[in-house]
Design a protein around this ligand. Structure first.
Ligand code: ZN
Length: 293
């Protein structure tokens, strides 16, 4: 059964589209266009993959499916494409879709066309680690579910992705193959329910509680437009204020607005703009623009 569907990204996409319409420079336009394409492509794939999962497992009462989860672990968020909960295991499904040919290297990294990609399995394992700690903190792993429930990560490739490997490495599957396997397994599980042979098999009720708990922890991604406008305004005001401001260090130059070239500026800086002395490189005085996020 499907307990949670994919969150709609329509609002986010519409916002980007209107931002694109109002773009003030070619550079901004290009940036927004590529961002829009990326999200559109991802959203389309996500929906397709969810559709495939739903059509295989949607009617199965012994298997709970949650799509598109965003969970907070300490000060970070983990994003889970799909989560499968059965009576014996919890599986994170990381779904991948590529228009180019894919080769999966031995270490799990991918070669897609000419590009190299990090291991999606490793990424998924980090999510699994986060999920484990959420369940552990809530006391759900030891008490109600028991230690015997298996937590696992699996990478699924969409059926239209061309994979060059003869044999797929462990925990990598084509989506159809995987779902057929799971379907079969669940049939066996239903049988076992009657025979009641395996102690590790959880009651449907307790896995439902677990699934509901995870669902309740989902934090939807909010595009906070108001916040963004506020941020832009503060920066604008700061710009006006500082354009004539004398440099506090050399007292000769004045502070001018500059943009960080390195896109990987840390979270410490809430934006990529800062003030630098007009006499740079003679004077390296800088001032951050602090905007609370
Ligand atoms: Zn200076």
């Amino acid at each position: 059964m499907i307990l949670k569907n994919i969150d709609s990204k329509d609002e986010e996409l519409n916002n980007l589209r209107s931002e694109l319409k109002n773009a003030v420079s070619k550079k901004q336009e290009m940036f927004l266009k590529s961002k829009l394409n990326k999200i559109e492509f991802g959203y389309k794939n996500e929906k397709q993959n969810a559709y495939v999962l739903d059509s295989y497992l949607g009617n199965n009462k012994n298997l709970i499916v949650l799509h598109d989860l965003r969970l907070q672990v300490e000060d970070k968020y983990i994003q889970i494409d799909h989560l499968l909960i059965s009576r014996v295991d919890i599986t994170i499904l990381e779904s991948k879709s590529f228009s180019e040919e894919v080769f999966i290297n031995e270490d799990g990294t991918l070669k897609v066309g000419k590009k190299a990609y990090a291991s999606p399995l490793e990424q998924s394992k980090r999510q699994l680690h986060g999920l484990k700690s959420i369940l552990n903190n809530a006391g759900l792993l030891e008490n109600k579910i028991g230690k015997d429930i298996v937590l696992e990560s699996v990478v699924l490739f969409s059926s239209n992705t061309m994979i060059l490997n003869d044999k797929l490495p462990e925990n990598y599957f084509r989506v159809d193959t995987y779902l057929k396997l799971r379907e079969k397994e669940v049939d066996t599980m239903t049988f076992m329910k009657f025979v009641n042979l395996i102690s590790g098999v959880k009651k449907l009720e307790s896995i439902m509680n677990l699934a509901e708990f995870i669902k309740s922890k989902h934090i939807p991604r909010k595009i906070n437009i108001e916040n963004k406008i506020k941020k832009d305004k503060i920066i604008e005001q700061e710009v006006k204020k500082c354009d004539t401001k004398e440099c506090s260090r050399c007292k000769e130059g004045h502070m001018v607005l500059r943009e960080r070239k390195n896109k990987n500026y840390t979270d410490k800086y809430t934006n990529n703009k800062f003030y630098g002395c007009s006499r740079y490189p003679k004077c390296r005085n800088i001032e951050e623009i602090l905007v609370e996020s």
